[in-house]
Design a protein around this ligand. Structure first.
Ligand code: ADP
Ligand code: MG
Length: 427
């Protein structure tokens, strides 16, 4: 039991997400517009050469012609692959538009292929490419919903958001967490939507299998890894938590608080609280939250009776918002600062190495997989090449401004696609 506290944030009644709330006025967007809308406030329309349409009563709004593709929504995907890699392209930001106009470093060619337009032009294929206009709801349907189904069937499931700072990782995983009249808002990310769906599925399953006395229980925790230290985001005085390994439990975090959750509201409360603590911890340490990894975990247990036996099943759901993948500058740092700079991205660089080793393994080469070299990879070893179905959402900006970071994200995502997990039902 958690108390309900709504509304969490001032509810936004107006339209779709706009980029960078601080610099773009949130204005009522045209409803039913098939493209995202950009408020042209302060910039005259003539400075956009590829504006195609749109003037609202209140404000100028512009749409830009970029080919759009639906996501491939393959309900059987998880039957034959355990690792799913998706790219999500976010819309151009105001700053990008101002500095580079509409120059893009990406051209999408189909629901699964993307061309990076630098030198040399490079074509990539993924399980799915979410173009700039794909809604939070649609992305959830394709990437989040199957994870819930996996968990209900007893498979561990893990989602990672990867990408440079500002590419949309947190928007994708969390979005703007609020509800309007008991419904999640359009900007809500995958995590709140996952739990909304999970609890509705649990209700139906329990109802349908009443004679088996099927019962589910869910408990959640929320942690942050910064500078190779684990902090409990739901109990921020608990810092420097330790990882332990147990034959039955697997790898777990000692003394991490867990909350039983029974409604989507319970989860939203935890998400909001954790997000606030994440920010606080970051400013205390005089750093940016872009350098920390956050892991929201839910353990879903079920039990039922059949043939006069009690059956148990459990699944772990990990939702991971990774630190920004851009290279950290450590120039000029000495002593503790230097150590910090080296540690900050240790988890991320080890993640890259673990993936490379796993790819080698998948190709029959004998390799040691350095799971234990960082907190993140140790904690999530089951989700990488292990007993889990894994979804990686690689977030990119389409702008020329970040062409190089975008390329390195696409390469990372392509490598990750070659991992082979060995997912098994936990019974
Ligand atoms: P990251 O977590 O990778 O640093 P954010 O999720 O904070 O990046 O995104 C940076 C900015 O871009 C935020 O203002 C966010 O609201 C906006 N944004 C990101 N992705 C989208 C998207 N798909 N649609 C609309 N706005 C987005
Ligand atoms: Mg973020």
């Amino acid at each position: 039991g958690l108390s309900h506290a709504t509304p969490r944030f001032p509810a936004r009644h107006h339209g779709r997400a706009h980029m960078e709330p601080s610099s773009v006025q949130s204005t009522p967007a045209r409803s039913g517009g098939s493209r995202y809308s950009l408020s042209g406030r302060g910039i005259s329309s003539s400075s956009f050469s590829r504006v195609t349409r749109g003037i609202s009563a209140m404000n100028h709004e512009f749409s830009v012609e970029v080919p759009q593709f639906e996501l491939v929504d393959d309900p059987l995907f998880w039957n034959y692959h355990n690792v799913q890699v998706l790219i999500r392209i976010r819309p151009l930001s105001t700053i990008e538009r101002v500095s580079q106009g509409y120059a893009r470093c990406l051209r999408q060619e189909s629901s699964q292929t993307l061309v990076w337009l630098g030198h040399p032009e490079t074509r990539f294929t993924f399980d799915d490419v979410a173009c700039e206009t794909i809604s939070q709801e649609k992305l959830f349907r394709v990437a989040g919903l199957p994870m819930v189904e996996n968990c209900l069937s007893g498979y561990n499931s893990c989602m990672f958001a990867y990408g440079q700072t500002g590419s949309g990782k947190t928007y994708t995983m969390m979005g703007e967490i609020n509800e309007v009249e008991g419904k999640l808002s359009e900007d809500c990310g995958i995590t709140p939507r996952i739990f909304e769906y999970l609890f509705s599925r649990i209700r139906t399953e329990e109802e349908n299998r009443r004679e088996e006395r099927l019962k589910f229980s869910c408990k959640c925790s929320f942690l942050e890894i910064y500078n190779e230290q684990i902090t409990d985001l739901l109990e921020p005085s608990s810092t420097n938590l330790q990882l332990r390994e147990d034959l039955k439990k697997g790898v777990y975090v000692e003394n991490l608080t867990e909350y039983n959750v029974t409604t989507v509201n319970d989860v939203l409360d935890l998400l909001v609280e954790g997000a606030a603590n994440r920010k606080m911890a970051a400013t205390n340490m005089n750093s940016e939250s872009s350098r920390s990894h956050s892991v929201f975990t839910c353990i879903i247990e079920s039990q039922w009776e059949k043939d006069s036996m009690t059956h148990f099943r459990f699944a772990r759901l990990n939702l991971v918002d990774l630190a920004g993948s851009e290279r950290q500058k450590s120039s000029g740092a000495e002593g503790d600062r230097l150590k910090e700079a080296a540690n900050i991205n240790k988890s991320l660089s080890t993640l890259g190495m673990v993936i490379m080793s796993l790819v080698d393994l998948a190709h029959g080469k004998h390799r040691h997989v350095p799971y234990r070299d960082s907190r993140l990879t140790f904690l999530l070893q089951d989700s990488l090449g292990g007993n889990s179905k894994t979804t990686i959402i690689a977030n990119v900006s389409p702008s020329n401004c970040s062409a190089n970071e975008t390329l390195s994200t696409l390469k990372f995502a392509q490598r990750a696609k070659l991992i082979q997990n060995d997912a098994k039902v936990n019974e």
